[in-house]
Ligand binder design. Structure first.
Ligand code: SF4
Length: 299
C-alpha cells in the first residue's frame, strides 16, 4: 500500500470503530453493570437495570447508539515515533469522526463557542480533542477513544487546595462534587480523581483515570486504599441506577496522581456515566489492528 492507501485503510477502520463504541459498551462496563444489578433489592432499581440491559441489547441488534447523547469525541493517542502514519493521524481522526457521525449516525454535538452554531459534523475548532504521548522507538499506536456526554461532563470540577488541606481536603472536595453535581450524570457512575499540582494537571489525570479498566487499582497501595474508601463513601449515598435510590452509586473510583509542588494540592473530578463509552484500539506498523476493550468485534 502507498501512503494514501494506508491512510484510507486506517480511516475506514477508525470511522467504524468510533461508531461502534457509541453502540456497544466495553466488556468491563457490561460486566460491572450486571454485577451491581444483582446487589439491588428494590423493585424500581431492579426494573431500571432490566431496562438498561434491554436498551443495550436493542442498541446492538438495531445498530443504534447506546445513549442518545453520543458526546464529544476525545482521543488519547500513544503513538510510536516510528509509526508510519504519525503525521497524518490527527487529521485522520477528525475525518473518522465526521464519517462516523454520518454513517452511524451520531448526535451533532459540536457547537462553535462564541459563534454559537452547530457544525453538524461533530468536529469544530479544537474538536475532537487529541491528547498525544509520543513513545520513542516504537512503530505502533494505541488509541483510546472516549465519548464525553453532556450529563457526565457536567459534574467535572478542579481546584487547587492549600497544602494543609491534606488528603482530608481531597476527600471533602470529591464528596462535595458527588453530592452536589453527581446526579447530573446517570448513575452508576465511574468517578475519576486527579491529584497533582495545578488545575490542568489534575484535570487531565482525572479524565485519564476514566480510561482505566474497571476493577483496576492505583499501583500505590495508599492511593488504592483511598479509592476504596471513596467508593464506599459515595456508595453510602445510595444514588442507585439513574439516581432513583439503590444499593450502590458507582462502578468505581479511580485515582491518578503525579508528584506535586509541596505548597499545593491540585485536585479534580471527572465523571463517567453508566453508558461509559470508551474503547481502545492498537495498530501495528502494517495497520493490523487489535481492539482490547470489546470482545468479538468485526468492524
Ligand atoms: S449522562 Fe450518560 S447515560 Fe445519561 S444522558 Fe448523558 S451520556 Fe446518556
Amino acid at each position: 500500500m502507498n501512503n494514501d492507501q494506508q491512510v484510507q485503510s486506517m480511516l475506514d477502520v477508525m470511522s467504524k470503530f468510533v461508531g461502534y463504541i457509541g453502540i456497544k459498551l466495553p466488556d468491563d462496563v457490561e460486566a460491572k453493570l450486571q454485577e451491581l444489578s444483582k446487589q439491588e433489592t428494590s423493585p424500581l432499581a431492579i426494573k431500571i437495570y432490566e431496562t438498561m440491559f434491554t436498551n443495550q441489547k436493542l442498541a446492538h441488534e438495531l445498530y443504534r447508539p447506546s445513549c442518545q447523547d453520543t458526546g464529544v469525541l476525545q482521543f488519547w493517542v500513544k503513538c510510536g515515533s516510528k509509526f508510519p502514519l504519525i503525521g497524518e493521524l490527527e487529521a485522520m481522526l477528525k475525518e473518522a469522526v465526521v464519517r462516523a457521525t454520518i454513517e452511524t449516525p451520531l448526535r451533532h454535538n459540536s457547537v462553535e463557542t462564541f459563534d454559537e452554531y452547530n457544525t453538524g459534523k461533530n468536529v469544530g475548532h479544537g474538536t475532537p480533542t487529541v491528547f498525544w504521548d509520543i513513545i520513542p522507538d516504537s512503530d505502533e499506536v494505541e488509541i483510546d477513544a472516549y465519548m464525553a456526554g453532556g450529563g457526565c461532563s457536567l459534574p467535572g470540577k478542579a481546584m487547587v487546595l492549600m497544602p494543609g488541606a491534606g488528603y482530608e481536603g481531597i476527600t471533602e472536595f470529591v464528596l462535595d462534587v458527588m453530592t452536589s453535581y453527581g446526579l447530573n450524570a446517570c448513575p452508576p457512575l465511574l468517578v475519576g480523581v486527579g491529584v497533582a499540582t495545578s488545575v490542568e494537571t489534575a484535570a487531565l489525570l482525572s479524565k485519564k483515570a476514566l480510561l482505566r479498566p474497571l476493577n483496576s487499582s492505583n499501583p500505590n497501595e495508599r492511593a488504592a486504599k483511598m479509592e476504596k474508601l471513596l467508593e464506599d463513601g459515595i456508595n453510602s449515598i445510595g444514588l442507585g441506577p439513574q439516581g432513583m435510590a439503590g444499593a450502590t452509586s458507582v462502578m468505581g473510583v479511580h485515582i491518578e496522581n503525579s508528584a506535586r509542588h509541596p505548597s499545593t494540592i491540585g485536585v479534580a473530578v471527572n465523571v463517567g456515566c453508566w453508558s461509559h463509552r470508551r474503547g481502545q484500539i492498537r495498530f501495528d506498523k502494517a495497520l493490523n489492528y487489535t481492539i482490547t476493550t470489546h470482545s468479538g468485534v468485526k468492524l
